[in-house]
Design a protein around this ligand. Structure first.
Ligand code: GDP
Length: 298
């Protein structure tokens, strides 16, 4: 993850190491290199521009420091700005005052929603919660069964329409699942919704109908980091069509460049809350902007 970006930035910083102080020309040259590094990492252009402008402004205004040499100062500024672009603080889950807390997952087909439902459910169970996963993806033939498999692996209950009971209405399934959660004393409901291969009106309408029916405490937009800049376009479409409170980045293990991770927060204004880094249920954790920045600059 972020290999090229890391390498690039390291070489930018090492070229500053011999300098006693930075001239405006040095700062211009450095920020130009940072700009190229970010563009090569597939970071969205508006994000690159904002990032570089901030680094330049701060580097120019940097006081001569006893503690840090110019190269270290630039590293610190880039580190701070990376944390900022990744969202600043870790954004934790918001729990409902009166359980159950309802979490709705939305995103394209193949983005990793169903897998994520299992990961999140297990993660929450291990913290002492009693989640219920809900199969409201009735579009994809195997989705219900796939969620049931996830439920077994995560050791978490799954609410699904009865087999043979017709295809069922996802809005109805989602609504009934909340009653079921209350009856069975689940404190968290995780609703897996249908995705399409591309963005379409029907998909957005269905997700919006489910949203209106269950009024989630958290709507999470799940996006495959490997799609790079397309993640930004998809995020914007979901923001307009459904709206969401947070982002989950999946397949970060396959995202060598990091463009989606670095762009999505700035573009949508919504925090990255969780990250998935593999197919196993354990390959998952809360997203920490400071740790991610350190990884990039390591
Ligand atoms: P959905 O259509 O959005 O429900 O997506 P799925 O949960 O079915 O995931 C699609 C594919 O991506 C499956 O083969 C998953 O095993 C795989 N997958 C999900 N999350 C990750 C991840 O973080 N890393 C990797 N490498 N594969 C993942």
């Amino acid at each position: 993850m972020f290999e090229t970006l890391s390498d690039r930035l390291t070489s930018v910083f090492s070229s500053l190491r011999s300098k006693g102080r930075l001239s405006d020309a040095d700062i211009d040259a450095t920020t130009r290199e940072i700009r190229i590094a970010l563009l090569e990492a597939d970071v969205a252009l508006p994000v690159v521009k904002a990032f570089v402008a901030r680094v330049k402004e701060r580097a120019r205004g940097a006081e001569v420091s006893q503690a840090l040499n110019p190269a270290q100062q630039v590293v610190k500024i880039v580190n701070d700005e990376l944390i900022e672009i990744l969202g600043g603080e870790t954004r934790r889950l918001r729990y409902a005052k009166t359980p159950p807390t309802v979490i709705m997952l939305a995103g394209l087909q193949g983005s990793g929603k169903t897998t994520l439902a299992g990961k999140l459910a297990k993660w929450l169970r291990e913290q002492g919660h009693v989640p219920l996963m809900v199969a409201a993806d009735l579009q994809r033939p195997n989705a219900v069964q796939q969620l049931q498999v996830m439920g077994e692996r995560a050791q978490v209950a799954v609410y699904a329409p009865e087999p043979g009971n017709g295809v069922g209405d996802p809005v109805d399934v989602a609504r009934r699942s909340i009653d079921e959660a209350r009856r069975q004393q689940h404190d968290i409901v995780i609703i897996d919704t249908a995705g399409r291969l591309g963005i379409d009106q029907e998909l957005m309408r269905q997700a919006a109908d489910i949203r209106d029916a269950v009024q989630p405490d958290e709507i999470m937009f799940v996006v495959d980091a490997m799609i790079g800049q397309d993640a930004v376009t998809t995020a914007q479409a979901f923001m307009d069509g459904v709206g969401f409170d947070g982002v989950v980045l999946t397949k970060l293990d396959g995202d060598a460049r990091g463009g989606a991770a670095l762009s999505v927060r700035h573009i949508t204004g919504r925090p990255i809350m969780f990250a998935s880094t593999g197919e196993k249920l354990e390959d998952f954790d809360a997203f920490h902007p400071d740790r991610m920045a350190s990884r990039i600059l390591d």
